[in-house]
Ligand binder design. Sequence first.
Ligand code: APR
Length: 235
Amino acid sequence: MRVLVITGAGVSAESGIPTFRGKDGYWRNFDPAKLATPEAFARDPELVWEWYRERRQRIRNAQPNAAHAAIAKLAQHADEFLLVTQNVDDLHARAGLAKQNMVQIHGDIFVTKCSRCDFRRRDYEQEQRDVVPKCPECDALMRPGVVWFGEQLTWDELQRIESYLDRGPCDLVIVAGTTATFGYIIDWALRANRHGGGLIEVNPEETPLSQFATRLVREPAAVALALLVNQLIEL
Ligand code: APR
């Protein structure tokens, strides 16, 4: 059983982490151009840093939910498994999913990286501080280790997805909790499902991917994925 799972913010919604485009989503209340672009950081680094500090704190206070647990369980039962998540939180990892089975394609909010050189680190102390830290290597400002609008996806992470897809089609593709806003999400799902093994969309709402799905589960992920994975494992 060769599996690809793709997740988005909807999977962490039931852990109390806001989505981006949902009812009380971040982009409903904030302008992404002011908070999630390199230009925004250059213009007002304190504002951007503060927003990500609050988000990190919120994630630290959250717990993985049954959707995260179900995906970690599926990874243990599949012969080959890869999760591609757009989420920068650590809830999939905290649910027990191993790093080698996961690609965080939009980065990791708990990593800080230099805005100029390649220096990067995980530093709980530093990230808590309300002043934007400086890079110990080149003295430039440190920034959150996430992919901002207008930035390229990380080459190494992309290669991991490409080589997984090149190694053969999947027997099952699950796409959960994403508006599939970015074309590469749909592209990866369709390539993985190129032999029609099965493409399941888990999302209370319709998305651009729905038309390609072989099965639509219009339920919240925590409920739906737990049921689905148990069914699959029994099979
Ligand atoms: N279970 C399943 N799906 C849910 C749930 C839930 N409990 N709650 C909401 N959803 C669905 C919504 O219907 C919506 O389709 O999750 C989706 C969330 O979509 P977005 O807010 O657009 O989040 P996402 O698709 O992850 O955004 C992609 O955009 O803003 C950037 O970098 C950011 O990674 C993010 C990317």
